[in-house]
Design a protein around this ligand. Structure first.
Ligand code: ATP
Ligand code: MG
Length: 186
């Protein structure tokens, strides 16, 4: 009986850990491929829209999405990488909204830099955590929910492209992530 219980416990632990391992592996694999990827011209609005479609299941009837898209040029970058950034930030945003709320996305171009701001009316981030959100492994989500790698990968991708990512947040009000990417790598 005891052995049966032990086997069941092990099986359950494996069930919890396996998706996590898969996720970490996916993230690492993406890192390794970055160097080989060719540069391509990307339409960032299409990338944002694609990410919004991917999270639609979790946002529909709950989160209002406001899009204020400016007249931005295509950006020369590693294909798919900015989309990965949008997906993680938008997913974090919807996860931070408990019940109803808003995600507001704005894009504009200035001095050969494309800017994207993604603001949510979610929980906000405590001041002592704001500096840690880009650290690999920092997560406040439960086991099997988040690996804490998302924003560290976003940071790396933005850095690889000569861009930047910043966050401003207030508990109880929400968070705004600001991205900037050069139109062409220098
Ligand atoms: N929009 C946000 N609102 C509130 N907290 C946020 C927001 N975005 C990130 N955070 C905080 O930063 C932490 C790190 O985010 P990150 O995307 O790196 O990892 P994660 O979402 O926890 O896991 P993963 O992205 O691997 O699924 C989150 O766990 C959360 O505490
Ligand atoms: Mg995340």
């Amino acid at each position: 009986m005891q052995r049966l219980l032990r086997t069941a416990c092990r099986g359950f632990a494996l069930l919890l850990i396996l998706p996590l391992v898969g996720e970490v592996h996916g993230h690492l694999r993406n890192f390794a491929r970055l160097d080989q990827a060719e540069l391509k011209e990307a339409n960032l609005h299409a990338g944002i829209d694609d990410a919004l479609m991917k999270i639609h299941h979790d946002t529909k009837n709950r989160v209002e999405v406001e899009r204020d898209y400016g007249d931005i040029p295509v950006v020369t970058c590693h294909p798919g990488r900015p989309n990965q950034v949008f997906l993680n930030i938008l997913n974090n945003a919807q996860q931070a909204i408990d019940g109803n709320g808003t995600i507001a996305i704005r894009t504009w171009v200035k001095d050969d830099q494309v800017h994207v701001s993604i603001a949510d009316t979610g929980s906000g981030i405590p001041q002592e955590d704001v500096a840690r959100v880009f650290d690999p492994g920092f997560t406040t989500k439960g086991v099997g929910v988040g690996t804490g790698l998302g924003l560290s990968i976003c940071f790396q991708i933005m850095e690889d492209h000569g861009g930047s990512i910043e966050v401003k947040s207030e508990v109880g009000v929400g968070s705004t992530f600001s991205l900037s990417l050069p139109v062409r790598p220098s």
